[in-house]
Design a protein around this ligand. Structure first.
Ligand code: MLT
Length: 339
């Protein structure tokens, strides 16, 4: 795996599997009364957020804290950035304070790449403009893997505002790497100009696509990023591309509904579909985000691979303590001794 996680496209199938397997072991920590492992004790993770976020920032914070890292939450508002300090100066300041990892969200596409040139710390892209959101893709794949035995030939439709979505791009990269068949569904105005090169099928007709899918992922209509009229009205959009109860019925009985959040209920997804206990895995996506980010921080900050099923964690002990013990033991070895 690379030093940083900037793009989902930098991850091989083996890397993705390793992150998901590590996350699955670490997920057991979340079920415990005391939700903490000492693995990253003494390491410092900075959440550097230049854009608003609820779930991603909290999820990274909880992930780092559950591994016992120290966490700094930096938001541009109320910091020297508000006084005009540049990203570079901010980065150099953080590095001088000894942070080991910087989790960055920025409105400018490409900002995490610049940051990675300036600092020695590990950089994780938590969303850059309309470009990428690789940890969202990883948690989405983790959630799919809970329901489906393999990505090979898995049919995933990603529906909506692809043009402004960093989630769509990262998911297409990760899913196609794993062998899934992705279909992007949107009105032509909400598809990027060079979408043909993405390795996904494109359709403008949601009703034609729906019955064939295993996974239907709705994208948020990113009204704050839209600088033109991309469709006649939200009502019209919902009529043609919104997932409502009628369309849910047209899906295969085993198919699941996903959404990265935050949702525009009544636009890309009807409220009863979002809350459907049988079909919607949206709440699981949020829960899984913590384990996946724990797995990622664990791997990027120096932990060796956790043994998969049949490996050290799988032999002998089973269940919660086996996974956690394997991660803890691996962490101890990596750090050269007991904590
Ligand atoms: C993002 O930050 O991209 C979110 O997770 C998805 C969205 O904002 O629609």
């Amino acid at each position: 795996m690379n030093k940083h996680l900037l793009s989902a496209g930098d991850l091989s199938a083996a890397d993705i599997t390793r992150v998901l397997d590590t996350a699955a072991h670490l997920a057991h920590v979340t079920d415990r009364a005391i939700k903490k492992l000492p693995t990253l004790r003494g390491r410092t993770v900075c959440n550097l957020f230049f854009e608003d976020s609820t779930r991603t920032r909290i999820s990274f914070e909880l992930a780092a804290k559950r591994l016992s890292a120290d966490v700094i939450n930096f938001s541009a508002r109320g910091s020297s950035v508000a006084k005009g300090e540049s990203l570079k100066d901010t980065a150099i300041t953080l590095e001088a304070m000894g942070v080991d990892a910087i989790v960055i969200r920025h409105g400018a596409s490409g900002a995490p790449w610049r940051l990675a040139e300036w600092v020695d710390a590990v950089v994780v892209n938590a969303g850059d403009g309309t470009h990428e959101h690789p940890t969202q893709a990883l948690l989405d794949l983790y959630t799919m893997r809970q329901r489906f035995p393999s990505f090979d030939g898995l049919r995933v439709a990603i529906v909506g505002d692809v043009l402004h979505s960093r989630v769509a791009r990262s998911n297409v990269l990760a899913l196609t790497t794993m062998g899934a068949e992705v279909t992007l569904v949107a009105p032509p105005t909400l598809l990027p100009a060079r979408v043909d090169g993405w390795g996904a099928t494109v359709s403008y007709d949601l009703d034609a696509v729906l019955p064939k899918q295993d996974v239907v992922m709705l994208l948020r209509m990113q009204l704050e990023r839209q600088r033109a009229g991309f469709f006649p009205s939200l009502r019209e959009y919902a009529r043609l591309y919104g997932l409502d109860a009628r369309r849910l019925d047209a899906m295969a009985p085993h198919a699941i509904v996903m959404h990265p959040g935050p949702m525009n209920r009544g636009v890309e997804i009807a409220a009863d579909v979002a809350d459907s206990i049988e079909r919607s895995v949206i709440a699981s996506q949020v829960t899984n985000g913590i384990s996946v980010r724990m797995g990622l921080l664990y791997l990027l900050l120096g932990g060796p691979a956790v043994a998969g099923p049949g490996g050290a964690a799988g032999s002998g002990a089973t269940g919660q303590d086996a996974g956690s013990a394997a991660v803890a033991a691996a962490g101890a070895r990596a750090r050269g001794g007991p904590w």
